[in-house]
Each structure stands twice: as structure tokens, then as C-alpha cells.
Ligand binder design. Structure first.
Ligand code: CP3
Length: 346
């Protein structure tokens, strides 16, 4: 028998469709503000973006939750908005608020920024990948990522996070050709970026479509599924065995269509999806990842144990990676993460 199967991490085995008695676990935003050791390095770096672009510190921050909790996978510490920055858009973060970019909401502004990603901007992130890869324990998988074109475009067009993605929706309604041009640039840049991450050592990649849930079915096909499928195909041309996780957050009943049309190996599920539907209509197609509510983790108590059991009862019989339904909240007590791990691994 080949040893290849045995050598692979629990996480990669689950992504390949294997059912494991104890599911592998990692958490979105597992390297972040709820950890004192993160806050310390973040202060040392001066700003969030300086941390993202400092390979020594970013590698250290990626490894912190692995050392403390022994998660089954590490996720590269960076941000989805480094891609617009590589495309020539100015990016900064306002303390306590979030990202800001110079909006690209008309043809003139799009003409002013580069058509192609500047590899020099992303080079420090790729160096972070090499450093993490060299330092990770063998049994720990390593996840790279990018934002999905729709979600990245919402920030590029509005210049910030928006409650309803209104500016991006206005633009695709008013000037679909211009919006398509923005999406196309993100697709090409993202394929190159994920290719570089996989070449430098990540084992799998996740495509974060945080705002997928705000698109109706037709717009979902055009602006979420079609560009994601191009990224999956582009990545697989260069890395035929690449494991790809899609996270069309909030897409609910559209997820089976997303899975079939994009060809992802696994899909991340939001917390409020109907778990019976997800098991019967999604997990029957691919591995699922999720979906504990980050609010339940923050609250702790008996409800946390009950919900962990409910997630396990829904998805434990098929290929499954335990995760949250969205990123961990910054004010989550560390003791709750320890209890989560104990409950999942019991
Ligand atoms: O999951 C991980 O631990 C990997 C690193 C990671 C970050 N952001 C670090 C981060 C990943 C995968 C992301 C993805 C990301 N970034 C998304 C998609 C996932 C999601 O959360 O919906 C989006 C929409 C962004 C853009 C972004 N970055 C926003 C809107 C914000 C501000 C909100 C916030 O949480 O503060 C960020 C900042 C950010 N990205 C932080 C971290 C650890 C906090 C920065 C800090 O230290 O102040």
C-alpha cells in the first residue's frame, strides 16, 4: 500500500472526501486579536498592513494559534485586500473601523490603476508562505487564500465595507461591462496569487466570498459562480491536485449549484444555514466546513457544548472539517477556544 494516503494530514483527507471519526479543526481568523501574543506583535509592527507585509512577523503570527492550540491547519496571515493593492489601488486601514481604498467606481478611475498585479507587492506574502511551511509540524496542513472577485470588487468599488454592497450593485446595474473588467482583473490576479502560494508551499486554498449572500440567483451565477469557476480552473491548470475550498457566505440554497458549477473540493458553511439541507444537498456532493456560530463560541457555557454536539450530529457522518460559520470575534475568551477543542476532540 502506498504511504501517501497515510502521510496526508487529517485536514487534507477530509477535503478529499474521507470521513474521520474526529474531524480536523481550524478557525477562521484564528490568528487575531483575541490572542495576547497577536496583539503584542501587531503593536510591534505598528499597523495591520505592516504586519501583513512583514514576512518574519506574519509567519510568527500564523504559527501562534498552532503552538497554543494545535489546530489541524494553519491559515496564512494576510488579507484579501492585498490583491487590489497589488492592482495599484491605494489601501489603508482605519483603526477600529476597517479597510479604506480609493474607490474605483468609473472608467476613468479604473484606467488610472494598473491592469495587472504587481508581483513585488505580493512578494513578502509569498515569503511568509515559505517561512511558515518550513516551520510547521508535518501533521499540520497549511491553507492559503484569496478573496472571491465579487467580494473584493465590493471593496474596490465602494472604497470600504458596505452594509448592503450597494455601490457595487449600482455599478453592475449601470455599467456591467466596466464591472466585468474589474472582475476580470481580479480573476487574473487571483489565479497568479494562488499559484504563487501553492508553489511556495500551501496545501490548500480557500476563496472567501463573504458577500455572496447579497446576490440574487442570476447575479449570483454571473458575479459569484462564473469568476470563481475561472479561478478554480486557472489554479488547477497549474496545480492539478490543488485542494480548493469555496466560502460563498450566506448563499444558502444556492450552494449546491455553486459546488457543481465551480468544481471546488469543499465548501464553508455559514452558521445560520439549515443543517439538514446542508447535509442532504451539499455534503452529499463535497466535504463541508463549518459552522459553529462565533457568537456561541464567545458566549461559552453549556450552549457551546450543545451547539458543538449539534454541528457534529449534522455533519459527523460525512467528510467534514470543523470550523466557525465566520471569523472568531476579537473579544472571545481563550478558555472558550480550549473548551471547543476539547469538545470536538472528545
Ligand atoms: O483567517 C485568518 O486568520 C487569516 C487571515 C485573514 C484576515 N482577513 C486577517 C485580518 C483572512 C483570511 C482575512 C479575510 C478577509 N479580510 C475577508 C474575508 C473573510 C471575512 O472575514 O468575511 C474580508 C472581508 C477582509 C477584509 C477585512 N480585513 C476587513 C473588513 C477587516 C476589518 C474588520 C476586522 O475584523 O477588523 C479586516 C482586518 C483584519 N483582517 C484583521 C485580521 C486579523 C484585524 C486587523 C487588526 O489586527 O486590527
Amino acid at each position: 500500500m502506498s504511504t501517501a494516503t497515510q502521510d496526508r494530514s487529517a485536514f487534507l483527507r477530509a477535503l478529499s472526501g474521507e470521513r474521520l471519526a474526529t474531524p480536523p479543526i481550524w478557525m477562521m481568523r484564528q490568528a487575531g486579536r483575541y490572542l495576547p501574543e497577536y496583539r503584542e506583535l501587531r503593536a510591534k509592527a505598528g499597523s495591520f498592513l505592516s504586519l501583513c507585509y512583514n514576512p518574519e512577523l506574519a509567519a510568527e503570527v500564523t504559527l501562534q494559534p498552532i503552538r497554543r492550540f494545535g489546530f489541524d491547519a494553519a491559515i496564512l496571515f494576510s488579507d484579501i485586500l492585498v490583491v487590489p493593492q497589488a492592482l495599484g489601488q491605494k489601501l489603508w486601514f482605519v483603526e477600529g473601523e476597517g479597510p479604506r481604498l480609493e474607490p474605483v467606481a468609473n472608467a476613468q478611475r479604473l484606467g488610472e490603476i494598473d491592469g495587472q498585479a504587481d508581483a513585488d507587492v505580493l512578494a513578502p506574502v509569498i515569503e511568509t508562505v515559505r517561512r511558515v511551511k518550513a516551520a510547521l509540524p508535518r501533521e499540520t496542513a497549511f491553507i492559503g487564500f484569496c478573496g472571491a472577485p465579487w467580494t473584493v470588487a465590493t471593496y474596490m468599488v465602494a472604497g470600504r465595507g458596505t452594509p448592503d454592497q450597494g455601490p457595487a450593485k449600482d455599478l453592475f446595474g449601470k455599467d456591467p461591462a466596466l464591472f466585468q473588467e474589474i472582475i476580470d482583473r481580479i480573476v487574473v490576479a487571483s489565479v497568479g496569487y494562488l499559484d504563487a502560494q501553492l508553489t511556495a508551499g500551501v496545501d490548500a486554498v480557500q476563496i472567501f466570498d463573504s458577500w455572496a449572500g447579497s446576490l440574487g440567483p442570476e447575479d449570483f451565477d454571473r458575479w459569484c459562480i462564473a469568476p470563481t469557476r475561472r479561478i478554480v480552473e486557472g489554479v488547477r491548470q497549474r496545480h492539478p491536485d490543488a485542494r480548493i475550498i469555496g466560502f460563498p457566505r450566506g448563499a444558502g440554497r444556492l450552494i449546491p449549484r455553486y459546488v457543481k458549477a465551480t468544481g471546488v473540493d469543499a465548501v464553508g458553511l455559514e452558521s445560520d444555514i439549515d443543517r439538514t439541507f446542508a447535509r442532504d444537498e451539499i455534503q452529499s456532493l463535497v466535504a463541508v466546513q463549518g459552522n459553529l456560530d462565533p457568537l456561541v463560541l464567545r458566549a461559552g457555557g453549556p450552549e457551546l457544548e450543545r451547539e458543538v454536539a449539534a454541528v457534529h450530529a449534522a455533519f459527523g457522518a460525512g467528510p467534514f472539517v470543523f470550523n466557525l460559520g465566520h471569523g472568531i470575534l476579537p473579544d472571545t475568551p481563550i478558555s472558550h477556544v480550549e473548551r471547543l477543542l476539547a469538545a470536538v476532540r472528545a
